[in-house]
Design a protein around this ligand. Structure first.
Ligand code: AQP
Length: 362
């Protein structure tokens, strides 16, 4: 049976990049028969992998990862809860998946330590994501030179190993990720293989990626960077909670170009292509289809921005309505947290019992 794991950091309201690059595919994945993860099974202690042919889906809000950049405790507490509400509002259904907060399952940190001890510094040096993140935080260009490693915290450096632990703890066979995370999944496979070899076991399956159709949504202000929750300029991203006026304002200011004819060419015209990608992803069409329609209507970035605004506002409307309904039902959100924690812990304990045995702690 397939076991799917994916996570998102509680570092702010999800943006359109998170939504199109990851969260929308979560919705499709949970449609797979996930009966095995229904709460009553967990309560009976039988949530392992379900009947043959079923899929067990784990979605995690990964608080430990959020600590890799400076966080105020009060704010993080708010963001964790806000992220859970956003996931519920987009349609993640806790009856169809195990939805939980990573840091409420201490086995993540324990397995990460064991995997740290099997991972070379050389491998982590080859990961490019922390370089980009350091550059984003400092507002410098990632390509401008190696950021100084000296000042980087060890957590940011090693977070790909924690990610591997997140995946392996649930013995995931499939991981939906954006293109920016492929390198980390490769590392997770490497680590799984290394562990299995060292301890002469087949405990960890090699996780395969499920690549999402919308690969990379770019910053509205600097199309050389991806859209990111932590970029200093708030107008670089469209949030799931943005009002129609905010969406219109941000898209009006989006960096494009002044050529009349629209062309989908991510290398030469990244700003225009980014909007075309968003527009077509939201409408379920292709960028080429949207280009043809817009050019037939006279072309130009202004027209493209108008169409994109309309599509974004329309997509956000039901999500924001669901968020308002959740505001009225905090007890439901509490219950989702509680049951997710229990179900995830039951799975994590099972894996860790095997790991402890193998490494000699059993
Ligand atoms: N711009 C993007 N385009 C497509 N997919 C994206 N993802 C993130 N940004 C884009 C995908 O969203 C999922 C969750 O990401 P995350 O919150 O765990 O961390 P991240 O990748 O570091 O995302 P952010 O928005 O840039 O957050 P911060 O700024 O806090 O680091 C992942 O599957 C990711 O691929």
């Amino acid at each position: 049976p397939r076991r799917i794991f994916s996570g998102i950091q509680p570092t702010g309201v999800p943006h359109l990049g998170n939504y199109l690059g990851a969260l929308r595919s979560w919705l499709e994945l949970q449609q797979a028969d996930a009966a095995a993860s229904a709460p009553e099974h967990a309560a009976a202690g039988a949530a392992a992998s379900g009947p043959a042919g079923s899929t067990h889906v784990f979605f995690s809000i990964v608080g430990l990862h959020a600590l890799t950049v400076p966080q105020a405790g009060k704010q993080l507490r708010r963001e964790r809860r806000a992220m859970l509400r956003c996931l519920l509002a987009i349609g993640i259904d806790p009856a169809r998946c195990t939805l939980f907060h990573q840091e409420q399952v201490p086995e993540h940190a324990e397995l990460a330590w064991i995997l740290n001890c099997l991972t070379s510094v050389g491998k982590l040096n080859r990961m490019t994501t922390w370089k980009g993140k350091l550059a984003t935080l400092r507002g410098t260009d990632a390509a401008a030179g190696e950021p100084e490693m000296e000042q980087m915290n060890l957590g940011l450096y090693a977070y790909p190993v924690l990610q591997a632990a997140d995946i392996l703890l649930y013995r995931a066979t499939h991981v939906p990720v954006g293109e920016d995370q492929l390198q980390h999944l490769e590392l997770a496979r490497d680590i799984a293989h290394g562990f299995n070899r060292q301890y002469k076991t087949s405990l960890f399956p090699a996780p395969a990626h499920i690549i999402t159709p919308t690969k990379r949504v770019l910053s509205l202000r600097d199309p050389a960077q991806k859209m990111s929750k932590s970029a200093p300029d708030a107008s670089s991203r469209l949030l799931l909670t943005d009002s129609p006026a905010e969406v219109r304002y941000k898209l009006k200011r989006a960096v494009t170009d002044s050529e009349r004819e629209l062309v989908y060419d991510p290398a030469e015209r990244p700003g225009v292509s980014n909007l075309l990608l968003m527009l077509s992803s939201l409408r379920g069409t292709t960028p080429e289809h949207e280009v043809a329609a817009l050019n037939a209507a006279g072309g130009g970035a202004g027209r493209l921005k108008e169409a994109t605004t309309e599509a974004v506002v329309e997509a956000l409307q039901p999500i924001q309505a669901a968020l308002r309904r959740l505001d009225d039902d905090p007890g439901y959100v509490d219950e989702v947290e509680r049951s997710g924690r229990e179900r995830a812990r039951a799975e994590a304990r099972r894996t860790m019992a095997a790991v402890r045995q193998l490494v000699g702690f059993g």
